[in-house]
Design a protein around this ligand. Sequence first.
Ligand code: TYD
Length: 206
Amino acid sequence: MTEGLWITFEGGDGSGKSTQAALLAEWIADRGRAVVRTREPGGSEVGVLVRDIVLHHRGDIAPRAEALLYAADRAHHVATVIRPALERGDVVIQDRYLDSSVAYQGAGRVLDAQQVRDLSLWAADGALPDLTVLLDIDPMLARQRLDADDKPFDRLEAEKADFHARVREAFLALAAAEPQRFLVVDATLDPDDLAVLIRARVAGLL
Ligand code: TYD
């Protein structure tokens, strides 16, 4: 039986994750593998409801409640979408996973990053991706890209510049701590060149 493969994309808002995830999914599907494209928050029916709360609730959400909401989305997503796909032998290509919780919920400074990670690992029953692609970009540059998009900002995008600088540092620290799982790429590169870099790493895993 073919083994499943699980690849997640991480990075700040406006780093181009979704574009690269879509390009990779297309490339893998062209190689004849079944691909499941998914995301967090919101990769399951329950998750769509949670996504609406965490991104669009007007007013504050207590930091621990926010961390639990992302973890709840993750628990249901892993149990009902990701694990079944991997058991079928599919390739799962996903926007954001628990590294986002550590980087974003930890960057608020209120919550301990290790506790956030432990909470997510418990929610996911220990599941970790085979590869995590980190699209690294200066948040000021990423912000210019988002401004050009003309979409209204969600709750997290609207956070201040120093918050996003901490998110970036947190992602880089996570990548440095697990170099075997992470591929860090410069998100300012041309999208086609980036796609080639990412494929080179994935080819060895397929
Ligand atoms: P995303 O879906 O990438 O936003 P968009 O579709 O608008 O580009 O992510 C939504 C936001 O959720 C993003 O600002 C990061 C945040 N987030 C967390 O704070 N913690 C998490 O665990 C996850 C998965 C996302």
